[in-house]
Design a protein around this ligand. Sequence first.
Ligand code: MN
Length: 238
Amino acid sequence: MKPIIGIPATPKQPIPQLANNAVIYSPQNYIDAVTQAGGIAVLLNPNDPEDLPELMDVCAGFLLTGGQDVTPLFYGEEPHVKLGTTNYQRDLFEISLTKAAIAAHKPLLGICRGMQVINVALGGTLWQDIGENTAAFVKHQQYPTSWTLPTHSVSIAPDSPLAFLGESTLTNSFHHQALRDLAPAWHAIAHSADGVIEATYSAKNNVLGVQWHPEGQLKCSPEQLGIFKWLVNQSKAQ
Ligand code: MN
């Protein structure tokens, strides 16, 4: 039986192309990757944390996607001048979902912002802009270079869920924020050459996070589908 993977949708302000209706959406690449890995992707309304107990019953696992910056108030900081767009409501929903998923022993995969949200939910902090981390010298925001192409290398810890990618791999990179203080619950399992945390894992909580966008790399790097297979296989095991 295919496991149902819940994906909180991204809220968007009213847009003229839809007669000024507000919309929620998720990029197609995430849906395709979950489908290819053998799961059924279902979008979740990101505005109703009170429905999370029921969603824990319906979904076998969860995927937190990329998007806006995380509101720094959630890790005890005021907004830095280089902070990008934030969405307090989305943060609240996804932080609540992270806590609920861990309490319900549901597997959780966080991609880019998703990994950052999980770190904050578990008590960690972020660099509001990587430029504040003076040790970071790698270009981590490759836009407008194609999502399908890798631009920097990442070293991977052996005996981690990402070991199937080898001791190092090449990834795309679309982030200007990064993990700063790692939440106590999980471990860094991949780094870029400048020491930025590129992947994290908690065996105890069944939570995996990657800072890059594997869903965008599948065309040129099909082995990256293994990250979504991890989520689907863990979800099947529930
Ligand atoms: Mn990067």
